[in-house]
Design a protein around this ligand. Structure first.
Ligand code: AHG
Ligand code: MN
Ligand code: MN
Length: 330
């Protein structure tokens, strides 16, 4: 089986990006070790701090953020970084060619119940001149690489450099990420959806009607039964979609009108959208293609609907309906 380094060579990825991706892979191995030791290493539980988004930081949020920050500072190819756990963008190396945005630990609420968590990252080209927030505000279409590492029963990395999406599995014997799927392909159709149903009453009419029709199963307009899954970690839900198809959504809701969206564009939605598109799927907000959004803030949030392309299209068709009238779906 090919190693990660061998695969990047065969994809003709340049040496600086290869070095950066190997740094991310190596750091994720260390994170995998910290996650696996769990309570034995005293890494579970919360800190007393909040991040800039007002969320209480778990100990592992802080530990993994520091591990990635230290590794990217030592790498030499990184101009700057932005993280869910950093209030502001961080300048790294003047000569670095890349910007890295990351969610060091996605699915923090799963840590203390020993469930799925992961690391998500997005790599953008550095721009000329002074490094500031503006340097990062590039559409997802500009990404040169994106991926995640899932700390599950096995540690797996999903990665794209724009040449399809690949899966690698960490071999615990050799410590290498080995290529275990060289062409991830999302089935165009699906009978599985992922959404936090407890927010149902807060969704827009379009999403209310779409999900109601899925739940009607064979007697509804879709004339088939749909299964539901919710891991509460985007990495886990997107991984399932990449493995066996599905539609994953964290839609707009009005539970808290000051915060209509949950997922962050720069280090959750964009990297996942790149992986999904490269695997033949689609990723939208309901009204706009995720990777075409012009970002305005490093921590900005967006609605996300992604996965099997025909099912995403079906969901989008509901967003085009006129809900001032009774929905007519026969
Ligand atoms: P994070 O742990 O990085 O803050 O992200 C959590 C996100 C995402 O991973 C997941 O899909 C969603 O929050 C879960 O939301 P609910 O708590 O509504 O299930
Ligand atoms: Mn997250
Ligand atoms: Mn996180």
């Amino acid at each position: 089986m090919q190693t990660l380094a061998q695969t990047l060579t065969s994809q003709a990825v340049n040496s600086s990006l290869t070095a950066l991706l190997l740094t991310l892979a190596n750091t994720s191995k260390a994170i995998s070790g910290a996650v696996r030791h769990g309570a034995l290493a005293g890494v579970l539980g919360a800190t007393e701090q909040e991040n800039v988004q007002g969320e209480t930081q778990k100990k592992l949020d802080v530990i993994t953020n520091d591990m990635l920050k230290d590794a990217l500072k030592a790498d030499g190819n990184v101009r700057g970084l932005a993280s869910e756990e950093e209030d502001y963008v961080v300048e790294v190396s003047k000569q670095g060619e890349y910007l890295v945005c990351f969610d060091p630990l996605d699915g923090s609420s799963n840590i203390d119940i020993n469930s799925l968590v992961g690391t998500i990252f997005s790599v953008l080209p550095a721009t000329d001149g002074e490094l500031n927030e503006q340097s990062f505000l590039q559409a997802g279409r500009q990404q040169v690489a994106a991926g995640y590492v899932l700390y599950g029963p096995s540690t797996m990395m999903a990665l794209t450099t724009g040449k399809g999406t690949q899966f690698y599995t960490l071999d615990p014997d050799s410590g290498e990420f080995l290529l275990t799927n060289d062409k991830v392909a999302i089935t165009p159709d699906t009978a599985e959806f992922a959404i936090n149903m407890s927010n149902q009453r807060f969704w827009e009419a379009a999403m209310q009607t779409y999900i109601a029709d899925l739940l009607l199963g064979k007697i509804g307009p879709r004339e088939q039964s749909f299964n539901m899954r919710w891991i509460a970690a985007m990495v886990g839900d997107v991984h399932r979609v990449l493995c066996r198809g599905g539609i994953f959504t964290y839609p707009t809701d009005n539970k808290n009108p000051a915060k209509p969206f949950k997922l962050r564009l720069m280090y959750e939605a964009n990297p996942m959208a790149f992986l999904v598109e490269q695997a033949g799927g689609k990723a939208s907000t309901g009204y706009e293609t995720i990777m075409d959004i012009q970002p305005t803030e490093i921590h900005q949030r967006v609605a996300v609907i992604l996965g099997s392309r025909n099912e995403v299209d079906m969901c989008l068709s509901y967003h085009g309906l006129d809900y001032s009238e009774e929905p007519t779906i026969d």
